[in-house]
Design a protein around this ligand. Structure first.
Ligand SMILES: Cc1ncc(COP(=O)(O)O)c(C=O)c1O
Length: 447
């Protein structure tokens, strides 16, 4: 498939008969999950950049990138080459917290990048924050687990955690306790105690969400007030936030809100964890979304586009003894860490941060234009290539998603009635134009 000439071609509107057969085969035994049963990518058929072939032979334009995990789209040649090199060695996963893997005589000139190279690279691209340690893991949720464990270990007397309305941090028992986006993630599961929720302020003019009082004081400063507050600052183990909320609806916070949060964290020496699992790795046009807000976290969680989970942060926050964090495959996922390492290199070498900024502006301008023509689009928002539209109702949102897929455009919902756009970081003007055109038609279909 030639990316520069590829076009969307829908022969059988998805899901076609083969897609349905694959979905039925899969869901017959797989535990229920949030399967997008309409879009069944054929992993053996041609695909390049945002274009892929589905089970019925349709050529689709994928602006969901597997929730950003395919940050360089399909079949990027550099990643394919690295994966092939790594696949020639077995085990591709080993017990990496017990055994260190080398790749040739000199770590400065490895034949393949090892987990240690990825950790060095992560410290390089988080240099503005002065981090000193990294720990890899299997998933984003584990990266969150490890970050909060670091904080509980570093502040043994502190038992409160602070999270935000609309937050999503994963589905493991610790991480799910911090979620505030949808009830389904938490309902009836036991949770870590003493988690406080604060408003996630996205107000563009005067604050109406409850974060800021009329007298200018913030909800968090009132919470920590030594006389009238609910908790003492020393009792707070950590604050965790997404610099741009993902699952909760691609909500971009007000700058002053994050700055006030960071100011209070610094003043009271409370560790601040930025969860960059969805917003990081260049998605917003900077390596980390938090950079747009002039905020320095103490710990950061990374995942998705990195292909493994990572907890990165201030060296003094990591427990000194071994056995305190993850085990077995945590650090030993050799193939995925090598692909994650090359992903960072490609983003650097191909100037993809700049591309994400430029193309993000183009995409946002385009969806804003569409919103003027389709009155049920009630909001548009985004930062770089992390953009969304919100429709008037959830049913309408679902109709737009279906109509877009029927026309060959793969999109994903988020929040309760929003649609997110997260194309590959190297998306081109032509591909954005194609997506906007298909979206325009889908919005008309759903009117
Ligand atoms: C911000 C954020 N944190 C954590 C997670 C959990 O990551 P994982 O699904 O890899 O466990 C996600 C996944 O969507 C996420 O978007």
């Amino acid at each position: 498939m030639n990316r520069a000439r590829a076009t969307v071609r829908v022969k059988v509107p998805p899901p076609g008969p083969r897609a349905r057969r694959w979905a039925a085969f899969h869901t017959a035994v797989a535990a229920p999950a949030t399967y997008q049963e309409g879009f069944i990518w054929d992993r053996t058929a041609p695909a390049i950049g945002p274009f892929c072939t589905d089970a019925d032979g349709n050529i689709l334009l994928d602006f969901a990138s597997h929730v950003g995990t395919a940050a360089l789209g399909y079949n990027h040649p550099v990643l394919l080459e690295e994966a092939a090199r790594c696949a020639a060695v077995d085990p591709d996963r080993y017990c990496g917290t017990d055994f260190i893997g080398a790749a040739g005589p000199d770590p400065k000139r490895p034949t393949i990048p090892t987990p240690a190279h990825l950790q060095h690279k992560l410290l390089e691209i988080t240099a503005p924050f002065g981090f000193g340690r990294a720990f890899l893991s299997n998933s984003g949720a584990e990266a969150v687990e490890n970050a909060i464990k670091c904080c509980y270990a570093a502040r043994p007397a502190a038992r409160y955690a602070v999270t935000f309305d609309g937050a999503f941090h994963g589905r493991t028992l610790g991480a799910l306790s911090l979620n505030r986006s949808k009830a389904v993630h938490r309902a009836f599961f036991p949770q870590i105690p003493q988690v406080l929720s604060l408003p996630f302020c996205t107000c563009s003019a005067a604050c109406r969400c409850g974060w800021e009082e009329a007298d200018g004081t913030s909800r968090f400063s009132r919470l920590l007030d030594p006389e009238a507050g609910l908790v003492q600052a020393e009792e707070v183990a950590f604050i965790i936030f997404e610099p741009v909320q993902g699952e909760g609806g691609y909500r971009v916070p007000r700058k002053a809100f994050l700055q006030e949060l960071a100011r209070l964290a610094r003043e009271h020496a409370i560790p601040l964890i930025a969860d960059e699992i969805q917003s990081g790795m260049g998605r917003t046009g900077r390596w980390w979304a938090v950079e747009h807000f002039g905020v320095k976290p103490d710990l950061m969680t990374v995942g998705k586009a990195l292909r493994v989970g990572a907890t990165v942060g201030r060296a003094d926050l990591f427990p000194a003894e071994g056995s305190r964090m993850g085990g077995t495959w945590a650090e030993g996922n050799a193939l995925s860490t090598a692909v994650g390492y090359r992903t960072i290199e490609v983003i650097e070498r191909e100037g993809l941060l700049q591309n994400a900024s430029r193309m993000g502006e183009r995409l946002l301008a385009g969806v804003r234009d569409l919103a003027k023509r389709h009155s049920f689009v009630v909001d548009t928002r985004g930062l770089g290539l992390m953009a969304a539209i919100e429709t008037d109702t959830r049913a309408r949102r679902d109709r737009v998603l279906e109509a877009a897929l029927a026309r060959g455009l793969v999109l994903l919902g988020c929040g309760l009635k929003a649609i997110r756009f997260l194309p590959p970081l190297d998306v081109t003007e032509r591909e954005i134009g194609m997506a906007l055109d298909l979206l325009d038609k889908a919005l008309r279909d759903a009117a």
